[in-house]
Ligand binder design. Structure first.
Ligand SMILES: *Cc1c(COP(=O)(O)O)cnc(C)c1O
Length: 491
């Protein structure tokens, strides 16, 4: 026994900690991944000549690359995240009963608890939920306003013979502006549409976050404004909820009026304004597959269930295995964790800030799920008709095995129905989507260096032409050929 006895004068741990805290400088600690790795998935670098050979084989379309030709896969954040140990455990609890499985009850409960929408229809992914919603609400000749339609949402609206109308706020067009809520809807434009043509507007949609527009959030105020217009014209409001948690976190960070609210509360507020939502659980469901349509109206939910049995499956599994339903239920609880969201958003900011500091044109403010490069400013000598975004995405692959995704005129150009000419997209972006909980900071450092190398030789990079393309969602199947750099930039 030590002869040091404890007496009433001995300081407590709290006293000692207080003294230390005063001495410590307030240096900022790095934000670390709030998890450790339990299972690893090896990745392997190819040589540059091998990558060029792969590029030949896939005709410059990165969607057609075999995944093992890719080193860092930032094609999408959809279904590419890592599940937690609790999600893997949930898989084992999966109830594979055809009807009324316990997995469905847990899934339904999670959606009801987190989003506050009562009627839950599972689907195999987001686009199936969109297809169901539009089949029950939209008719040929209708117009569906949205802050910005995602590609599958647009395709599903158009499949009904309706018009997908994008009404983003003005700030979205300026990729340099730091407006905090560029995902907002243009309320004046929406009012004009409703005032002119209410009878052809079956619903209004808000995409949270605005994926096609750079992962930009919409504010709670803007959502309230949209709801007020919907009320005034008696039109239902639906949310494309794919990144609802990231949207809420960005509201929490950027809007002083709501900074005091938790993410869970912000989510509740947003969805209390909606008549329903479509969701891809491959995004903020933190799962590898899954989705749902959630509705406030019981009769509408019944209509959706009648339609879904034909293509998706029985209403309590919707094309998913019971275990998938359980993984999503658990994922929905994990995605609103503020440590997780803080880490996710700051790792994206980490990349953007470093690119920005080197003068590389990234979309500002930094968005929720991806780093967006502004290809129009990265390759100003490449015209929109020569697809600068596709050209840049190809170079990132050749330089460092990084797979990214063009979100520009390849994906979103429209055709002038009179002249048959292509109308370029509003922006030429390259999206480097960051899978959830999958890559580490050193992977991000590598990404920064590869982008910088391409930036250093940008003046030699020419555009691409389209050799052949499928009739819908052409970015998935188009074949490209390189064009020579025909507008040499003077040094
Ligand atoms: C991914 C996505 C969808 C479609 O979801 P899938 O699961 O890919 O079918 C719809 N809207 C947005 C905003 C998305 O990001």
């Amino acid at each position: 026994m030590s002869d040091t006895t404890i007496n009433s004068d001995s300081p407590s741990w709290t006293d000692v900690a207080c003294q230390h805290a005063q001495a410590v400088t307030n240096s900022k600690l790095p934000i670390i991944e709030p998890f450790r790795i339990k299972s690893v998935d090896p990745i392997q670098a190819r040589t540059r000549p091998e990558r060029i050979e792969f590029l030949e084989q896939c005709h410059g379309n990165l969607f057609l690359l075999p995944a093992d030709a890719v080193l860092i896969d930032l094609l999408t954040d959809s279904g590419t995240g890592a599940m937690s140990s609790e999600q893997w455990a949930a898989l084992m609890r999966g109830d594979e009963s055809y009807a009324g499985a316990k997995s469905y009850q847990r899934f339904e409960q999670a959606v009801q608890d987190i989003l506050g929408l009562p009627h839950v229809v599972p689907t195999h992914q987001g686009r199936a939920a969109e297809s169901l919603l539009f089949k029950i609400l939209v008719q040929a000749g209708d117009v569906v306003p949205n802050n910005t339609h995602f590609d599958t949402t647009r395709a599903n609206v158009e499949a009904m013979g309706a018009i997908a109308l994008d009404l983003p706020c003005d700030a979205l067009a300026d990729t340099r502006s730091n407006e905090p809520f560029k995902g907002n809807m243009d309320l004046n434009a929406l009012e004009v549409v409703l005032a002119d043509d209410r009878q052809h507007v079956p619903l209004v949609m808000m995409t949270l976050t605005n994926n096609a527009g750079g992962g930009q959030p919409a504010s709670l105020d803007n959502l309230r404004g949209v709801r007020a217009l919907c009320d005034a014209y008696a039109v239902p409001l639906y949310i494309d909820a794919c990144r609802f948690a990231e949207n809420a976190w960005l509201q929490h960070l950027r809007d002083p009026d709501v900074a005091g609210l938790s993410v869970a509360d912000l989510v509740k507020h947003a969805f209390s304004l909606a008549d329903g939502c479509t969701m891809s659980a491959k995004k903020d469901g933190l799962a590898n597959i899954g989705g749902f349509l959630a509705l406030r109206d019981a009769e509408l939910a019944e209509s959706a269930r009648r339609v879904m049995v034909v293509t998706e499956g029985f209403p309590t599994y919707g094309g998913l295995a019971g275990r998938d339903l359980d993984a999503v239920a658990q994922g929905l609880h994990e995605v609103i964790d503020e440590d997780y969201l803080g880490y996710r958003i700051s790792s994206i900011r980490y990349v953007c800030e470093r690119l920005d500091a080197r003068g590389i044109p990234v979309v500002r403010p930094y968005g929720g799920h991806a780093v967006f490069l502004d290809a129009a400013r990265f390759l100003p000598h490449v015209q929109a008709a020569q697809y600068p975004g596709q050209a840049l995405a190809i170079e990132l692959y050749v330089e460092g095995g990084i797979r990214s995704c063009e979100i520009g005129s390849v994906m979103l150009a429209q055709v002038n129905s009179e002249t048959g000419e292509e109308i370029p997209a509003a922006q030429e972006l390259v999206r480097l989507a960051i899978p959830r909980r999958t890559y580490t900071q050193s992977h991000m450092d590598y990404v920064i260096e590869i982008i910088d190398r391409v930036w250093q030789r940008r003046e030699q990079i020419g555009g691409v032409g389209i050799h052949s393309e499928p009739p819908v969602l052409r970015h998935f199947g188009a074949r490209f050929h390189p064009l020579p750099q025909s507008n040499p930039v003077s040094a």
